[in-house]
Ligand binder design. Sequence first.
Ligand code: ATP
Ligand code: MG
Length: 351
Amino acid sequence: MAQSNDIILTGIRPTGSLHIGHMVGALIPNIEIQNAGGYKKMYAMIADAQGLTDNFDNPERVRENVMEVALDMLATGYNPEKTTIFIQSEISELTELTFYYMNLVTIARLQRNPTVKTEIAQKEKFNGGVPVGFFTYPISQAADITAFGANIVPVGDDQLPMLEQAAEIVHKFNSIYGDTLIMPRAVVPKTKSAARLPGIDGNAKMGKSLNNGIYLKDSADEIAAKVKSMYTDPNHIRVEDPGNTTENPVFIYLSVFARPEHFAAFLPEYRDYNELAAHYERGGLGDVKVKKFLNAVMQETLRPIRERREALARDPASVMEILRRGTMDARAAAADTLARVKRAMKLNYFD
Ligand code: ATP
Ligand code: MG
């Protein structure tokens, strides 16, 4: 439950449109926090400048996806009356803060950041060398968090090292220049919907760049074709074979999305997920039947989101206006923090 002085910041990179992994791992938990209320302020940042750190050669991709991601967020339930949605690059105060924070972080510390380490190892496109901008993105993330005075940052567990590094920067800044910045705390959502969703190909992560996702903007036909092609248990060959449900994306998706109403409407022989999974595990339940059910569940889940998305997409000017207003609001908060930071650092010659 949020406290009345909590300031909450969430962020998403506009590097592709969003899929059901983002929906359960980030969008829904954030919307639940938004709707529960009780906080002082909630911000949602579209991190285009951060997206450029590993897509600097593809500015079109980042630009187009600002709109795509905004549509995904609004269609899923972000409410601009409750959440200030803004575009990172439009707030130049953030880059200025980043520059000052760079003095507080060593090269060795950045090299030790586990998230940076894995991401650098994963990205074949860094063959030509890792850009300094990408290498230092934990510092820019600390700027984003502190600029808005966020004390609560909801993240996936892959982002915990970033928050640790941001907390170190805050601690160091405050101890050198005096108490100025708010200490942030990571909050990892505990709901089952926050689980990391695997790809339709069985890859451990549904990823924007892996081409293994079901997207919020996918048509009904695209969803049906994707569900039909999904990876299941490769050892479940004949219907009577016992099946594995724990490493089977079809069952993982069902465990996250299938509700009792779905069973009642589309598969009344089973009361709930546990009954269905038990049957598959002991054998006698075929993949085609389970996939048909999953398709019905995904269609029910995604249809209202897609319809809202299509309606919003018909009026892009209104969406841009939401982002413009959010950005102006966010900029005022960042400007205030930057002024306090510069004063603390004795960079206020003309005051
Ligand atoms: P990129 O490859 O550009 O980093 P991404 O798909 O990782 O793209 P982000 O914007 O970095 O997208 O992630 C936004 C949030 O979505 C993060 O909190 C992340 O944990 C969550 N997320 C991404 N993919 C999944 C997934 N398959 N299951 C659950 N959560 C996910
Ligand atoms: Mg990512």
